[in-house]
Design a binder for this molecule. Structure first.
Ligand SMILES: NC(=O)c1ccc(N[C@@H]2CC[C@@H](O)C2)nc1
Length: 246
């Protein structure tokens, strides 16, 4: 997948190109991430990318010209067919379904604003979609862009080894993840659940599914309302309801 990130702080993206799963995706060629700085497309001595807001008010606004020139360069780098996304609190909130659909795109241009935002004429004319990673304000779109790239890159075949299949990711099946344990069996007086110490894989699978259902019911019940439940999941939920303290 080819991604072009537009930001006045391109170095920030080392956080995903130089580490972990996304870093390996880059080194193995599953992900190509170009960073493009609007400042490159300024022509004044101070390389100005921002200016005061019409109508007054605090802060500065990113000028349309340098950002649009950066978008042109980004679309070319990505190879023409690119979805141009701006990260902002005004966007549709990212969820796993959107992540999976973005992973199917041939190329993405991710626009990260700073200051109070980007001149609206850029959003109107050059941005296909605004996406938010949640209902809170950040100082810039870069961290949101990196969250999106990390989630999307996990969906690319070959990025996660068999041992980490994205299919088993908690949100992949619409449930919260089950608890995880590793050695030692007893830690500060707390023991690993016995079922996990045995070798009965079917019993372990069922226990993990029940744990995921229980956690989802307790912490995020709205996720269950949206989800088709298998017969087995319905049975396990009934068991959970019967076991719940009154
Ligand atoms: N929740 C989010 O995804 C989000 C994205 C961007 C952002 N802040 C930038 C700074 C200026 C403007 O471009 C938007 N805050 C929150």
């Amino acid at each position: 997948m080819r991604v072009a990130a537009i930001s006045i702080f391109p170095e920030m993206f080392r956080a995903i190109t130089d580490y972990g799963v996304s870093g390996r995706a880059v080194s193995e060629g599953h992900l190509v991430l170009d960073c493009i700085n609007p400042r490159t497309f300024t022509h004044d001595r101070h390389r100005t990318v921002d200016d005061r807001p019409y109508g007054g008010g605090p802060g500065m606004v990113m000028k349309a010209e340098p950002v649009e020139a950066a978008i042109d360069e980004a679309v070319e780098r990505v190879g023409g067919e690119a979805k141009v996304i701006c990260l902002s609190p005004q966007g549709r909130v990212l969820d796993q379904a959107m992540v999976e659909s973005l992973a199917a795109e041939p190329g993405l241009v991710l626009l990260s604003g700073r200051y109070e935002g980007i001149d609206e004429r850029v959003l109107e004319s050059r941005v296909d979609e605004e996406i938010s990673i949640g209902d809170y304000v950040l100082s810039g779109g870069e961290l949101a862009a990196m969250v999106l790239v990390d989630a999307v890159v996990r969906q690319i075949p070959g990025v996660l080894g068999h041992s980490q299949s994205a299919v088993e990711d908690s949100f992949a099946d619409g449930l919260l993840d089950c608890p995880h344990y590793t050695r030692p069996e007893e830690h500060r007086g707390s023991r690993v659940p016995e079922v996990l110490l045995g070798g009965d894989h079917e019993r372990i699978r069922r226990w993990r599914l029940k744990q995921s259902l229980q956690r989802t019911l307790i912490r995020r019940p709205e996720l269950l309302r949206e989800r088709e439940l298998t017969a087995e999941e319905q049975r396990l939920l009934a068991e959970i309801e019967n076991e719940r303290p009154d």
